[in-house]
Design a protein around this ligand. Structure first.
Ligand code: KG4
Ligand code: ZN
Length: 331
């Protein structure tokens, strides 16, 4: 089996995946949400120190399986450099101790493969990746053929939920909190402008919407917060669907997937489903358990990489906080 390690942001996670069947044998995670909640976002140095404590604890669960581990996979990019390094150092130590190869995994490809945990991979695929750090549309033809075709010019979709939650004093992560509050609100009360609505560009932007919400919050009572949350969620999703609709005009979808932490959002899922219906396209979704950061998705990519002997030398395995998918420019 493959031992996989994930520490790109605020979740310490390990998993064991059986190579021949892709079965997840063990999957453990320690989240740091409560520690970062105080600050309304992730504090990198604090996250790094918490990983240093959590990762060895998680490794304890793997002890009964050590003899069966054939490779160690670890997220090496993108993410916070100070947290990625914690996972990479542990991966190197285990690789030396067990004398097994290292597999260096891109976190975003991990999110895409979260669709295929304990399943066969399906390609080609158009993917909407919505997380705390990214908002991208990706054309994925296979493990080594992925192209970013649209990205955000500033904040990401998930991050905008975190910032709006922070403005309302709801804590971190904001996505689930805003989603719950929005259910009680009126989506149409605040007519926030849909970002880049008139622009022919197929790109995303959340900073203007975030500022519009900030002004609304400043001017509101707490009793208005549910309506603000609902109107914000409505506009944030409308921005994604409007741009996707434009994109689909010249690239009709066949298999379409939503991945990343924010793909757990039920309103987003239902609006995308509506958008796909006229195309008869299939919507692929990750199980809720594996939407947010986890090591099982890293293990799933690693099985594919193991089969293709895609190993990385100890000396060459370094962290890269920025590297996105392949070499595509992120305008
Ligand atoms: O993929 P992920 O776990 O971490 C990164 O790679 O960034 O995504 C975390 C992000 C956070 O910004 C969180 O607020 C957002 O996903 N999120 C949501 C929901 N659940 C998590 N955003 C909107 N609605 C949700 N239900
Ligand atoms: Zn992620």
């Amino acid at each position: 089996m493959i031992l996989s390690i994930e520490s790109s942001c605020d979740d310490s996670a390990v998993a064991l995946t059986q190579i021949s069947t892709c079965k997840v044998i063990l999957h453990k995670k320690i989240s740091q949400e409560s520690e970062h909640s105080l600050y309304g976002g992730v504090v990198p140095e604090l996250a790094s120190r918490l990983h240093a404590v959590a990762l060895p604890l998680l490794l304890e669960y793997c002890k009964p399986y050590l003899k069966e581990i054939k490779a160690v996979a670890v997220t090496s990019s993108p993410g916070l450099a100070v947290t990625l390094i914690e996972g990479v150092v542990m991966a190197k130590a285990v690789s030396i101790a067990l004398d097994v190869p290292l597999i260096s995994v891109n976190h975003l490809i991990g999110h895409i493969y979260s669709l295929f945990i304990q399943k066969q991979a399906i390609f080609p695929l158009t993917v909407l990746l919505v997380s705390g750090g990214h908002t991208q549309v990706i054309e994925a033809k296979g493990l080594d053929e992925m192209k970013v075709v649209a990205t955000t010019m500033d904040d990401s979709f998930g991050e905008s939920f975190d910032k709006v939650a922070k403005m309302m004093g709801l804590g971190y992560p904001g996505g689930p909190k805003i989603e719950a509050l929005a259910k009680k609100g009126n989506r149409k009360r605040y007519g926030f402008t849909v970002p880049l609505y008139q622009s022919p560009k197929i790109a995303f932007s959340y900073s203007g919407l975030k500022n519009a919400v900030r002004l609304a919050v400043l001017d509101a009572d707490k009793k208005d917060y549910a309506d603000i949350a609902a109107s914000f969620e409505y506009t944030a999703v409308a921005h994604l669907t409007q741009k996707l609709k434009k994109y689909f005009k010249s690239n009709p979808p066949v298999n379409f997937a939503i991945v990343g932490g924010a793909s757990a959002n039920a309103y987003l899922r239902s609006e995308i489903q509506k958008l796909l219906t006229p195309f008869n396209a299939t919507l692929l979704l990750t199980e809720i358990e594996y939407c947010s950061d986890n090591a099982a998705m890293i293990g799933r990519v690693a099985v594919e990489m193991y089969d293709n002997r895609m190993f990385t030398d100890m000396d060459e395995l370094t962290v890269n906080s920025k590297s996105g998918l392949c070499s595509i420019a992120q305008s």
